[in-house]
Design a protein around this ligand. Structure first.
Ligand code: UDP
Length: 323
């Protein structure tokens, strides 16, 4: 298919573009490079450097790409930042996304695949979390993604634009070529690996008084190559709806640090800090729906495998991407 990928220069987008092209698809990447990196765009993809806020440019780009499907990764995705700058999240994740989906409808795109998040649920009533749980986000990031989910539902009903929305749990790991380089890194695994690399002296643990066995937050880490495969399956005509993507196993912050110590062979000094605003204590997926309805089969479900691929990439790219 001819696939138009926003955020294809970003962490998850870069790996998905690589896998789309490996699977025989033709890809146009649209990215403003505020979060992404030009050198993270697969050399086989076309690249448009522009902003989704620019409605006319978005319409022209989707049309001239001849897009049959759109995969929309581009977004701001930091829980903590969304608590201090909500406007940025509603503008970029909702208003700019609306330009894209309108452009998709105008260009006769057949499928729209959207990166949503487990943050749309808020603190769940039960774990593992399936898609039927109520969605009550506790931060503007999750709320902005939920708002776009609602837009997708209405556009499918009113414009016939088929959608798949993936509610990601915690994306981690790397492919051989592409990995995680945020200009300001707030995520747990890369920050722990920075300590192993000697780029940081210690890792901060945000909150040790959560109602979990060791007091630290529990998350479900999922390899980005497995996320990418789900996006490729989502392009199949007739597949539609909301799907969780996770491995169904939760790891606390302390367990993640221990796994990183084991993989890297380095002792990781820690410092205990207060809770980070907007963090639910425990998020673990039930991804049975993606497995049964899409035929999704995670290839890297073990945390050690995920951390090992991330560690390999960070060692090969000690300063991340050049740009
Ligand atoms: N975390 C931490 N120290 C860090 C970064 C993250 O203790 O340097 C915690 C964070 O509070 C959360 C978990 O690790 O409980 C995962 O955070 P991350 O930012 O990686 O992903 P999120 O779950 O926010 O999407």
């Amino acid at each position: 298919m001819n696939v138009f990928v926003t955020g294809g220069a970003g962490y998850i987008g870069s790996v998905c573009v690589e896998e789309l092209i490996n699977a025989g698809h033709t890809v146009t990447v649209f990215d403003n490079l505020t979060e992404g990196h030009r050198s993270a765009v697969d050399a086989r993809a076309k690249f448009v450097h522009a902003d989704l806020a620019d409605r006319d440019t978005v319409f022209a780009a989707v049309k001239s790409a001849g897009a049959e499907a759109v995969i929309h990764f581009a977004a701001n995705a930091l829980v903590g930042e969304s608590m201090t700058n909500p406007s940025k999240y509603f503008r970029n994740n909702v208003a700019s996304g609306l330009n894209l989906i309108d452009a998709a409808v105008a260009a006769g795109v057949k499928k729209f695949v959207f990166s949503s998040t487990c943050a749309t649920y808020g603190p769940p009533e039960r774990v593992p979390m399936d898609e039927s749980l109520p969605q009550r986000p506790i931060n503007p990031y999750g709320e902005s993604k939920l708002m776009f989910e609602q837009i997708l539902k209405w556009y499918q009903q009113l414009h016939g634009l088929e959608f798949v929305a993936f509610r990601y749990f915690n994306a981690a790991g790397a492919s051989g070529q592409f990995g995680e380089h945020h200009r300001i890194e707030s995520h747990l695994i890369p920050n722990v690996l920075f300590v192993a690399q000697g780029k940081k002296s210690q890792v901060e643990i945000f909150g040790t008084d959560y109602p979990t066995p060791d007091g630290t937050c529990i998350r479900d880490y999922i390899h980005i190559a497995d996320l990418s495969q789900a996006h490729i399956l989502a392009l199949t005509p007739g597949k539609s709806g909301f799907f969780n993507l996770g491995n169904g196993e939760g790891f606390s912050v302390k367990q993640v640090i221990a796994t990183c110590e084991q993989v890297t062979g380095c002792k990781i000094p820690v410092v205990e800090k207060p809770r980070r605003a907007g963090d639910p204590p425990r998020l673990v997926a039930a991804a049975t729906k993606a497995i049964t309805e899409l035929g999704w089969k995670p290839q890297f479900p073990k945390l050690e495998q995920i951390v090992t691929t991330a560690w390999n990439w960070h060692q090969k790219h000690p300063n991340g991407y050049a740009d």
